[in-house]
Design a binder for this molecule. Structure first.
Ligand code: MG
Length: 366
């Protein structure tokens, strides 16, 4: 693939509105953009989507930076790369650090697609030219104002971050404003075994799914709850690899899987999980990580695969950012995102804006 150099950019982008989860509030989103350039000066882009603190996964921006700089880049330096799969194979033996791996592999995928002069979605077997998207609502949002706006924009799936113990109340407050849309909530691992009867009692709400009620890595409690409920349980944090997905499906621990490219260690692993889910009739959707347009573009490509039958978290750039890092920004029209037909990820990086938001930078000759 003739890689000449790799640049890492630590960026910090201010969020339009702080985003609250059970574990803290995010005001400014740091992440790592990866630029991989070939001998002809063509650049592929990826993003390491770890957060500044380890509230979602163990990785952080700083640990990802360290792994990329001190372990992964030295490993792939001077290696003959003929396909993104070679990066995957090279980094797979290292434990964990999925988001750092995914950032590097993502840049390789974009570069490879550009060298082949095809859109990334087409390269990986995507079948859609547009995607239905869902939206994530925070309880800090002004729902009376936002929900009619989202309905007008055509969103068909609302995901809410509920208050523990007040799920019914929170779901009903959304339903009052939007009776017809599919509603789901994300437990973000905040529940324990004692909560199983309570969660099972929410079955009559007819939710699209309950996402990851129990802690990351758990399969047992999810299996116990799924046996008591018709409502599909969706696994998010528990799925960090193909093997996790295989285990979850065989155990009956979920009926839906949320695939995040960063969380599973990159596009190659994500495609393998996709293929497994298709085989076992497990619907999948693409989750979001409050990420920049670079990741958003990768998410669009993966979500164009045939098994992604549930609207994902691919909302418009303007949902989170005053300005996104890509040109054009991701736009949602009538709840639909277009899969770009340009080569690679289909968006250009806005270098002027990148310069403004970069807080640290590193160049490695390959
Ligand atoms: Mg989640």
């Amino acid at each position: 693939m003739r890689v000449r150099e790799v640049k890492l950019y630590k960026i910090a982008m201010k969020l339009k509105s702080p985003f609250r989860t059970h574990a803290g509030t995010v005001h400014s989103r740091e992440s790592i953009l990866v630029e991989m350039m070939d001998e002809d000066g063509v650049s592929g882009w990826g993003e390491g989507v770890a957060f500044s603190s380890p509230f979602y996964t163990a990785e952080t921006v700083d640990t990802s930076w360290h792994m990329m700089r001190d372990v992964f880049l030295p490993d792939i330096k001077n290696k003959k790369l003929s396909h993104p799969r070679d990066i995957y194979d090279s980094l797979k033996p290292y434990q964990g650090n999925e988001m750092a791996k995914a950032g590097l592999e993502g840049a390789t995928w974009d570069l490879y697609a550009k060298q082949k002069r095809v859109p990334l979605s087409q390269l990986i077997g995507g079948v859609r030219d547009s995607l239905q998207t869902g939206v994530v609502l925070s309880l800090d949002d002004n729902l009376e104002e936002l929900i009619p706006h989202y309905l007008e924009e055509g969103y068909e799936r609302f995901k809410i971050k509920v208050r523990k113990g007040k799920e019914r109340e929170d779901v009903e407050s959304i339903r009052k404003l939007a009776p017809k849309v599919s509603v789901m909530f994300d437990g973000n691992g905040a529940y324990t075994e004692e909560d199983i009867p309570h969660l099972a009692s929410l079955d009559d709400l007819g939710l699209l799914m309950i996402e990851q009620p129990f802690e990351a890595g758990d399969f047992y409690l999810h299996q116990q709850l799924q046996q008591l409920m018709k409502t599909p349980i969706c696994l998010d944090e528990s799925i960090t690899s193909y093997h996790d997905a295989y285990q979850a499906i065989q155990l009956g621990a979920c009926k839906i899987i949320n695939i995040k490219i960063g969380r599973v260690g990159g596009l190659t692993e994500a495609i393998q999980i996709h293929d497994l889910c298709v085989k076992y009739n497990i619907p999948i959707w693409c989750g979001g990580m409050l990420e920049s347009g670079v990741s958003r573009a990768h998410n669009i490509a993966v979500a164009s695969l045939p098994g992604f039958t549930i609207p994902g978290d691919i909302s418009a750039s303007s949902r989170y950012w005053y300005q996104d890092i890509i040109i054009p920004e991701v736009a949602v029209k009538c709840g639909i995102v277009k899969v770009p037909s340009k080569i690679g990820i289909g968006f250009d990086v806005d270098r002027g804006f990148l310069h403004q938001v970069t807080v640290d930078e590193l160049k490695v000759d390959m």
